[in-house]
Design a protein around this ligand. Structure first.
Ligand SMILES: O=C(O)C[C@@H](Cc1ccccc1)[C@H](O)SCc1ccccc1
Ligand code: NI
Length: 195
């Protein structure tokens, strides 16, 4: 499992590089990296464990953030984070999404935007950069799973924001690149505020 000192910080060129396509079948090395990324997310979301290991909680982690310039990100979105889910859903499933997405492509995105009302943070950016981070409210993502099988996901709101944050990492983009430097907290036009 990765610890905070395995996470590359802003200023390292790998966070600004275009990551490389992942070839299948996956090498044992990349399987191990993906497992360690997911283990980080699982442990980071457990209050006791993240305290013990000094981990910042995360719902996503991209390979470039651990120094691997390849097109994949692990994502772990708790069902409890998704307001639209009703009680039954939350009880039955611990996670809205748990998996590693390889070679993801956003094939469709809405004109309508969305932003977290609190702004965003990043495990690779130690200081908080304040401001709304406008993103597409709805996206369609095509990606491969660990076996190389292709999937298509339609996402809206918070999950769409998480996926866009993680896919941005694969193209050398960090969340604060999207913040309006002049007016960071001015509500962007046509943007739904979430949370
Ligand atoms: O650095 C990363 O990529 C992980 C980020 C992903 C993220 C940040 C803001 C908005 C969407 C995704 C971490 O998860 S930041 C910490 C965090 C934890 C729980 C919920 C939201 C953000
Ligand atoms: Ni990040």
């Amino acid at each position: 499992m990765y610890l905070m000192n395995d996470i590359v910080r802003d200023g390292n060129a790998v966070l600004r590089a275009q990551a490389a396509v992942v070839e299948f079948p996956l090498s044992d090395e990349l399987k191990a990296v993906a497992k360690n990324m997911m283990d980080y997310l699982v442990v980071s979301q457990d209050e006791e464990q993240n305290e013990k290991y000094g981990l910042r909680p995360g719902v996503g982690l991209a390979a470039p953030q651990v120094g691997v310039s390849k097109l994949f990100s692990s994502i772990l979105i708790p069902s409890a984070d998704i307001d639209e889910l009703d009680e039954a859903d939350v009880e039955s499933e611990d996670y809205f999404f748990k998996g590693t997405i390889f070679n993801p492509v956003i094939t469709r995105q809405s004109v309508k935007q969305a932003a977290l009302s609190t702004g965003e943070g990043c495990l690779s950016v130690d200081e908080d950069v304040p401001g709304f981070v406008p993103r597409s409210n709805r996206i369609t993502v095509k990606y491969q799973d660990e076996t190389g099988e292709s999937h298509e996901l339609k996402l809206e709101g918070y999950p769409a924001i998480v996926f866009q944050h993680e896919i941005d990492h694969l193209h050398g983009v960090l969340y604060y690149d999207h913040i309006n430097k002049q007016d960071p907290w001015t509500e962007p036009a046509n943007t739904k505020l979430i949370g």
